[in-house]
Design a protein around this ligand. Structure first.
Ligand SMILES: [Zn+2]
Length: 270
């Protein structure tokens, strides 16, 4: 794998320039999602910079969710949907959930509008794409596989069928910010099947060109999601406080898995 440009970086604002240069590799697809990036030694040579500057820039890229370093393996490019969502996720794992509530409310309002627009504007091809995500989700559930991607794909396709790129992109950003919570929600046993049923109803309403029903059903679906996520955050706040000491010792991803288990168990129990 090579860098898009290999001219050494000028000494001014070194880390920022390194950061920009490295980002270019991701944005232009020189480094693709899931791929391992070159080693620090090679990057330092190619960019003509010291290891400290490189590390600072790599750290910044990790913080915004572009790269992920895995102990003993190296540094990898994250999927695009992860970009920028990570720092905000951290903000939402705190004890103040007011922003999370705002985020979920904004999402529900936007997606209800998108569903209404999709009911009047979806082309036959777009309807087919929405339907395909339902089949994908059925397939995932039947195979006991994770449904996060097929669930998110449904909402993405409805957004695209609304033919308002600004609104669709805004909703996609909100979904990405909520992705962690949506993921936790979908780990609760009965939820994927329930979400699938809602998707079917919304799809039928969109296909039937029923604007009012499409809006109302999407709003209802996302209200249910809001209720569940609120329950999850409440149970996690409790577990965070009691386990704070232990949690500090484990890595981010381990911590998230631990929380996911605790949270889904607690919601099942309630
Ligand atoms: Zn859904």
């Amino acid at each position: 794998m090579k860098l898009s440009r290999t001219v050494p970086i000028e000494r001014t604002t070194l880390s920022a320039a390194t950061f920009e240069r490295l980002i270019t590799n991701v944005v232009h697809g020189t480094w693709k999602a899931g791929q391992q990036i070159p080693t620090e030694r090679i990057l330092c040579q190619q960019l003509g910079i010291a290891r400290n500057s490189l590390r600072e820039a790599l750290k910044a890229m990790e913080l915004i969710g572009m790269l992920e370093s895995r102990v003993g393996e190296g540094t990898f490019v994250c999927p695009r949907s992860e970009f920028l969502s990570r720092p905000l996720l951290w903000a939402f794992t705190g004890t103040d959930h007011a922003e999370l509530a705002d985020l979920m409310e904004a999402r529900a309002l936007m997606e209800a509008d998108l569903a209404g627009l999709a009911a009047s504007r979806a082309t036959p091809e777009e309807l087919k794409r929405i339907e395909d995500t339902i089949h994908a989700m059925e397939h995932d559930i039947a195979g006991s596989e994770a449904v996060l991607e097929s669930d998110m794909a449904f909402h993405l396709c409805v957004g695209q069928a609304a033919h308002n790129e600004v609104l669709a992109n805004a909703a996609q950003l909100l979904r990405n910010l909520l992705k962690y919570w949506i993921h936790l929600k979908l780990m609760i046993g009965r939820i994927p099947a329930q979400a699938l049923e809602r998707h079917r109803e919304i799809y039928q309403a969109i296909r039937g060109r029923n604007v009012q029903a499409s809006r109302a059903l999407m709003q209802e679906h996302l209200n249910e999601t809001t209720t569940l996520i609120t329950q999850l955050t409440a149970s996690m706040t409790g577990s965070l406080q009691s386990n704070e000491k232990n949690l500090r010792a484990v890595t981010g991803s381990d911590r998230r898995r631990t929380l996911a288990r605790t949270a889904s168990k607690k919601v099942k129990d309630t």
